[in-house]
Ligand binder design. Structure first.
Ligand SMILES: *Cc1c(COP(=O)(O)O)cnc(C)c1O
Length: 391
């Protein structure tokens, strides 16, 4: 059989071509044009926030957030080890130092360890948290795979220590709290900054693109910095070092069409998660990881937790065997603190991150996947794991 079920591919079933053609016809292709503010308005409406700036990527959104958070050379930023490396690299762009804090069972930062790091390893004096003499300015919280981090605890802790909270919501557009203090609040709109990504593999895409939310004054300054810090539109007057980080109108045209479909994409992701849950119920070699209670997740990516007491085969072997059956899967990321640029950086009580790093397999989650394909994927996963299981 020549089946191939991809891990995650973009979906252009809506007005994408129409809007991109329109932008081309108008001749507005670069960082000016009506689609950029249209996309910003659509995002603002969807997220119930007034302040959002579209930019070039999730990575630039995170970089701009760190700049606005005042992260400077020599500062410390608390970061997660088990996520995509782009969540941490911008800390280095600012010549600051990352400290890796462990995750909890949601794969997001463990608030208990965040608190004990601040309490036991740092010193709090004159309103500044110091780690080995270096000011701890911010914490980067990633809502991994669309799962909400424990924001109530994280906001309490960051409030006690004057830390800026940068939410990396690049995988969590559409995830919100249904209960508790933040009921109705969306991932990315709870902390001081929220970063979104519209890369090709995310829940909506602009090819490449991103956005930042923050308080109004800050978002205005982010727009200014992202367009080369122009202090005068016609004469070349600049009072700050700027960046070429603004989204283009072509990207925004694609984004406006994708935003129209976002609610449907989320519905499909949620429905497909339920189908996988039925398929894997009672399977003893792997279990489908749930999302946090009290939240409504966009369910962007699905994770199987392998039973390592029974399946000891290396991840590569499992992935290759599934590929031969036409099912594309992938391992969760390698730990960032083990990647070459970060070897030797401080880690704090990493237990769950390495545990999950060797056990999580991501399975196909595109919005186009059919119920029949979900059954096929599930059967093949069960068959391959069954074949590799130790007796
Ligand atoms: C995708 C992603 C980013 C980076 O977004 P880009 O738009 O690709 O720059 C950052 N953090 C996480 C967790 C991501 O998944």
């Amino acid at each position: 059989m020549n089946k191939f079920i991809p891990l995650s591919i973009p979906n252009f079933e809506g007005n994408e071509k129409k809007y991109v053609d329109d932008a081309l016809e108008q001749g507005w292709v670069s960082t000016g044009g009506a689609y950029i503010s249209r996309l910003e308005h659509m995002l603002a409406d969807f997220l119930h926030t007034d302040n959002i700036a579209a930019c070039q990527s999730g990575t630039s959104a995170l970089h701009l957030s760190l700049i606005e958070a005042g992260v400077s050379p020599g500062d410390t930023v608390l970061v997660p080890p088990l996520t995509f490396i782009a969540a941490v690299n911008p800390v280095r762009y600012q010549f600051a130092r990352p400290v890796f804090i462990d995750c909890d069972d949601s794969f997001c930062m463990d608030p208990a360890k965040l608190r004990s790091f601040c309490e036991e390893e740092c010193e709090f004096s004159d309103g500044v948290l110091l780690y080995e003499g270096s000011p701890v300015k911010a914490v980067v919280i990633v809502h991994v795979f669309g799962n909400m981090a424990d924001m109530e605890s994280i906001m309490d802790i960051s409030g006690s220590y004057n830390l800026k909270v940068i939410e990396d919501a690049t995988e969590a557009l559409g995830t919100y709290y249904t209960e508790g203090r933040y009921a109705g609040k969306y991932a990315g709109t709870i902390g001081h900054f929220g970063a979104f990504s519209f890369n090709g593999n995310k829940i909506i895409t602009t090819g490449g693109g991103g956005a930042v939310t923050a308080e109004a004054r800050v978002v205005d300054h982010i727009r200014y910095l992202s367009t080369q810090a122009k202090d005068d539109p016609h004469y070349y007057v600049h009072h700050e070092v700027g960046y070429n980080y603004r989204m283009t109108n072509l990207q925004a045209a694609l984004g406006a069409a994708q935003m129209e479909e976002l609610p449907e994409f989320i519905r499909r992701k949620q429905k497909n998660f339920e189908l996988y849950a039925e398929e894997f119920a009672g399977f003893d070699l792997a279990e489908l990881m749930p999302f946090r209670e009290g939240t409504c997740s966009n369910k962007w990516f699905y994770s199987l937790l392998l039973n390592r007491d029974k399946v000891t085969a290396p991840m590569r072997e499992i992935i290759t065997a599934l590929e031969q059956e036409g099912v594309q899967t992938r391992a969760i990321w390698g730990l960032i603190n083990e990647q070459k640029p970060y070897i030797g950086e401080i880690t704090y009580r990493l237990e769950k991150a390495p545990y999950y790093a060797s056990r999580i397999l991501n399975i196909p989650s595109s919005t186009q996947i059919t119920a029949e394909e979900i059954r096929y994927v599930s059967d093949k996963v069960k068959q391959v794991l069954g074949g590799l299981a130790d007796d």
